[in-house]
Design a protein around this ligand. Structure first.
Ligand SMILES: Nc1nc2c(ncn2[C@@H]2O[C@H](COP(=O)(O)OP(=O)(O)OP(=O)(O)O)[C@@H](O)[C@H]2O)c(=O)[nH]1
Ligand SMILES: [Mg+2]
Length: 252
């Protein structure tokens, strides 16, 4: 893995330039970048944090899907009208493989040091780029979260693959199998990421938030009744709380 170059820090001019270029609007806002590999679910997560569903007709929605790869850092102000949510600006950060910069240069060349919070959306395992971003966050003392999205998809896949689930119409069967599959996905994901973090030289106890965009949208919109079962929530409430705590800490 390409190592971190500890002597490389942005000059005050470079910092100013990156702030000018990336942050919009600037003063009094909380700038939260969402990074991760192509297809990990970054744009969907940004929509969900802003209470928007993928494919909604709103002009505010970030494009998602296999052909909608984000190629440059794009700002999405939160459409909320009440503080603190209306102070959030979400940034969609293109992943490695999307742009042609590898290794330790990625963080500085993309100007990621200007953000107040960086969320890394990981797929099945951490990529080299994910680890580099997390290492740099520690170095720059930028709060960082790890998110594993698409939990609902994982749970359904696990129901189909590992449990004797053949689309039974009996709702009790569905609930029981759903809960078992969910438990399996959550425990395996946590164990897997602990190991990945250890291998990457990071704190293995760093939390990983396991979420689904559907559940997050419902939570943000305050429409929990739309989630047929409360057990569709996993780490979404905790993740939102941590974001709000990070804003408070940064702005105080
Ligand atoms: N079931 C399910 N699918 C999701 C979820 N989040 C994202 N997806 C799907 O995963 C695919 C990729 O999501 P995007 O949000 O476009 O991923 P991205 O990381 O922005 O991708 P790039 O911009 O190409 O780097 C899309 O088809 C989404 O609908 C989720 O929580 N649940
Ligand atoms: Mg995207």
């Amino acid at each position: 893995m390409a190592g971190i170059q500890p002597e490389v820090w942005p000059t005050p001019e470079e910092r100013k330039q990156a702030e000018e270029q990336l942050l919009q609007p600037k003063e009094g806002f909380f700038h939260c970048a969402i990074a991760g590999l192509a297809g990990s679910g970054k744009s969907s997560l940004i929509n969900a944090f802003r209470g928007l569903r993928n494919g909604s007709k709103s002009s505010l929605v970030a494009p998602t899907g296999v052909t909608e790869t984000t190629v440059q850092i794009t700002a999405y102000p939160d459409p909320a009208t009440e503080p603190p949510r209306n102070r959030f600006v979400w940034y969609d950060v293109p992943g490695a493989g999307t742009i042609n910069i590898k290794g330790w240069q990625y963080f500085n060349s993309q100007g990621l040091f200007v953000f107040d919070l960086i969320i890394v959306v990981v797929d099945n395992r951490f990529s080299e780029q994910d680890l580099i971003i997390l290492q740099h966050c520690e170095r720059y003392k930028i709060p960082s979260f790890i998110v594993r999205s698409k939990a609902n998809q994982n749970i359904i896949n696990t129901m189909n693959q590992d449990f004797d689930w053949e689309g039974s119409d009996d709702e009790r069967d569905f609930n029981e199998i759903y809960l078992s599959a969910r438990e399996k996905v959550v425990s395996q994901t946590r164990a897997n990421y602990r190991e990945n973090l250890r291998e990457g030289g990071l704190d293995p106890s760093k939390p990983v938030y396991i979420v689904s965009c559907d559940a997050l949208v419902a939570l943000v919109q305050g429409e929990m009744k739309k989630l047929k079962k409360a057990n569709q929530l996993i780490d979404e409430p905790q993740m939102v709380l941590k974001c709000l705590e990070a804003v408070k800490a940064r702005m105080s």
